[in-house]
Design a protein around this ligand. Structure first.
Ligand SMILES: [Zn+2]
Length: 556
C-alpha cells in the first residue's frame, strides 16, 4: 500500500514536472543595452526605481561574472554572439565592418546591396540584411522549431542591433532612420515590401520630432550627481550646437545645427529620448503583432542604443551617462509594466545583457595616474611596411591595416614565391617589438594551434579564417587606437571599446520571469551561454554553431 502511494506520488510529481516543462513562456524578451558594463547596475542603483533594473535583480537571477570570451568586443559581434550562442570564429561577424579581400574594400556587417531600405524618405538608400551571419540564431531556431508559427520581431535604433538578433528568419527587424526626416522606424526589403500599417501609423505620430521639442535636463538636481565627474570637463565632446559638454541640452537650438549637417534626427541618438522612443515602439510592436497572446512562444529583441552613443561622446564618468542610465531604468520599468498587462506577469521570460563594455576615457585615466595610452596606428603601419621593404624589397606588402588586424598583400607574396606563413611570422615578430604591442598572433598559428585560455584564446574565438587578417594585435590595457596622429592624450574625449580587457568584457546578465529562479552567481559565464539556455527552456534545437553551455542555475 505504501509502495502504491509512493508510485502515485511519483507519477503525480512527474506529471507536474512534465507540465511545467511543456508550459513554455508566451514570450521571450531579449534586452541588449549597448555599452553597459556590469558595474553600472550597481554604481547608480540607489536612484533606480523599484520596478526597473532593481525589480529584475530582486525577483530574477543575476550572473555577476558574465564575460565576453573573444576579441573584438564591438556591437555587431556582441549582438551576433548573444543570439547565436557562439563566437565570431564561428558566426563570422568579426567586427562592425571588416576588410574583404575579394573586393579589396571594407564591408559593413549588415550591408547588403541586393536589398533596399523600406519605409525611408531618403532616395538611393542602401540595403541591409543578416546574410553575413554564418550560423542560425536562437530566434531562427524558434521559428523553425514551431514550423514558423512563432513570431520574431527585433527592434533597435541601430540597424545591426535589430538585424543580427532577429537572425535570418525574423518576421521583421526595425531600426531608426536618423539619416532622413522625420526619423521614422524603417526596415529592409529582406523582410517585407512595405511597412505594416501599425508601423506606418506609429511613424505618422512623428515622435522623433515631438521628443525633440523640449530639452534634456538631469532627472535629479545636477549637484546630486556626485558619482560622476563635474558636468564641464575635458573628457567629453561638446555636441553640435553646443560650446561645452554641459546641461541643459536645448533641442531647439541644437536641431538647427544638426539640420545644417543633414542629420537632424541623429540628435535623438544622443539623448535619453531615444530610449523612450524605442520603448514606445517596442510596446506597440508587442501589442500590434500580438506577441505572447497564444500558446506558441514568440520572441522580441529590444536593443537600446543611446547608452553607447552617450558613452562614445561623453565617457562613462559623465553626468550624461549617469542620467541616461537612470532614465533607461524608468524605460525598463514601463516596459515591464506593459508586458505584465499585455502578456501577463510571470508569462514571459526575459534576459538583459550588453554587447560590450567600455574603457574609461584615456585622458581621464592619465590625469588620474591610471594606466592609459594612445596607439598611433599610422606610425605602426609605416614601421611595419619599412621593415617588410627592407626584408623582401620595396613593395606594397600591406593591403590593409585597420588597427588590430593586418591584412598582408597575399597576391604579392604569392607572386614573389614567398611563404605566407613565413611573412606573417616576420610581420608578427616585428610588430611585437613595438612599444605598446603586447600580443601579435599570426593567422597560420590561429588556424593550426588551439589556445587554451587567456587573451590568445579570446583572439582565436574572434578570428575567422575567411574574414580576418594575417596578424592580429593586442595592445596594453587602457590603450586605445588613435587613427588621427594630431590627437594627443590631452585631447582625447569620449570612450571606446573593442579589447579583451575586463572593462570591455564584463557585462550584466540578468534573467527574469517565467521559470526563472531567484538568485545570483559569481560563476564565470559567457554571453554565448544565453542562446543554449533559452533553447533548453523552450525545448528547441540549439543555433547551428552554438558553442555555449546552458546556465545550470536557471534549471535548478
Ligand atoms: Zn555596442
Amino acid at each position: 500500500m505504501i509502495r502504491i502511494i509512493a508510485i502515485a506520488t511519483l507519477l503525480f510529481f512527474n506529471g507536474h514536472l512534465l507540465k511545467s516543462q511543456s508550459d513554455p513562456p508566451k514570450l521571450v524578451v531579449g534586452i541588449v543595452i549597448d555599452q553597459m558594463r556590469f558595474d553600472h547596475l550597481y554604481k547608480y542603483q540607489e536612484r533606480f526605481s523599484n520596478g526597473g533594473f532593481k525589480r529584475i535583480m530582486r525577483e530574477g537571477f543575476n550572473y555577476k561574472n558574465t564575460q565576453f570570451n573573444y576579441v573584438p568586443t564591438v556591437t555587431a559581434a556582441g549582438h551576433a554572439s548573444i543570439y547565436t550562442g557562439t563566437t565570431p570564429s564561428t558566426h563570422g561577424i568579426i567586427g562592425n565592418s571588416w576588410y574583404q579581400r575579394s573586393t579589396k574594400q571594407a564591408i559593413t556587417n549588415i550591408g547588403d546591396m541586393n536589398e533596399l531600405i523600406v519605409g525611408t524618405t531618403a532616395v538611393n538608400s542602401y540595403g541591409a540584411s543578416p546574410r553575413n551571419l554564418l550560423t542560425t540564431t536562437i530566434t531562427d531556431q524558434l521559428r523553425m522549431g514551431t514550423n514558423f508559427r512563432a513570431k520574431v520581431i527585433s527592434v533597435s535604433l541601430k540597424d545591426r542591433g535589430a538585424i543580427l538578433p532577429g537572425g535570418h528568419a525574423a518576421n521583421a527587424a526595425y531600426w531608426h532612420d536618423w539619416k532622413s526626416s522625420p526619423g521614422y522606424f524603417i526596415s529592409s526589403s529582406y523582410y517585407m515590401d512595405e511597412l505594416p500599417n501599425w508601423v506606418t501609423k506609429f511613424n505618422k505620430l512623428e515622435k522623433s520630432d515631438s521628443y525633440l521639442t523640449d530639452s534634456w535636463s538631469t532627472l535629479y538636481p545636477i549637484e546630486s550627481y556626485t558619482l560622476s565627474a563635474p558636468d564641464d570637463n575635458n573628457y567629453e565632446r561638446a555636441l553640435g550646437g553646443k560650446t561645452s559638454p554641459t546641461f541643459p541640452y536645448d533641442f531647439k537650438s541644437m536641431r538647427e545645427r544638426y539640420r545644417e549637417v543633414g542629420s537632424e534626427f541623429q540628435l535623438i541618438w544622443v539623448t535619453p529620448a531615444g530610449n523612450s522612443l524605442l520603448t514606445d515602439f517596442a510596446i506597440e510592436a508587442i501589442k500590434n503583432e500580438g506577441l505572447g497572446t497564444d500558446d506558441i512562444t514568440d520572441f522580441i529583441n529590444i536593443s537600446y542604443t543611446v547608452t553607447d552613443i552617450i558613452g562614445h561622446t561623453f565617457g562613462p564618468q559623465s553626468v550624461e551617462f549617469e542620467d541616461v542610465i537612470l532614465r533607461l531604468d524608468r524605460n525598463i520599468e514601463s516596459l515591464l509594466k506593459s508586458l505584465d498587462a499585455t502578456v501577463g506577469t510571470g508569462n514571459y521570460l526575459l534576459f538583459l545583457t550588453s554587447d560590450h563594455g567600455s574603457v574609461p576615457v584615456a585622458s581621464y585615466l592619465a590625469d588620474n595616474k591610471l594606466p592609459a595610452g594612445l596607439v598611433n596606428i599610422q606610425k605602426y603601419e609605416a614601421a611595419l611596411l619599412s621593415h617588410l621593404n627592407s626584408k623582401y624589397g620595396t613593395n606594397e606588402w600591406i593591403e590593409n591595416f585597420d588597427g588590430e588586424s593586418v591584412y598582408l598583400n597575399r597576391d604579392l607574396i604569392k607572386q614573389k614565391k614567398l611563404s605566407l606563413r613565413v611573412v606573417q611570422q616576420e610581420a608578427a615578430d616585428f610588430l611585437i617589438t613595438l612599444e605598446d604591442v603586447t600580443g601579435a598572433l599570426t593567422a597560420s598559428n590561429l588556424q593550426s594551434k588551439s589556445y587554451g585560455y587567456g587573451m590568445n584564446k579570446m583572439l582565436q574565438n574572434g578570428y575567422h579564417s575567411k574574414r580576418s587578417g594575417d596578424v592580429i594585435l593586442v595592445f596594453k590595457p587602457g590603450y586605445v587606437q588613435n587613427l588621427d596622429p594630431r590627437i594627443t592624450m590631452q585631447k582625447v574625449k569620449g570612450t571606446t571599446h573593442g579589447s579583451g580587457y575586463a572593462y570591455d568584457t564584463h557585462v550584466p546578465m540578468l534573467w527574469f520571469g517565467k521559470s526563472i529562479p531567484k538568485g545570483k552567481s559569481v560563476r564565470k559565464v559567457s554571453v554565448i551561454d544565453i542562446a543554449p539556455s533559452i533553447a533548453q527552456k523552450l525545448n528547441i534545437a540549439y543555433p547551428s554553431g552554438s558553442t555555449g553551455e546552458p546556465l545550470i542555475e536557471l534549471f535548478e
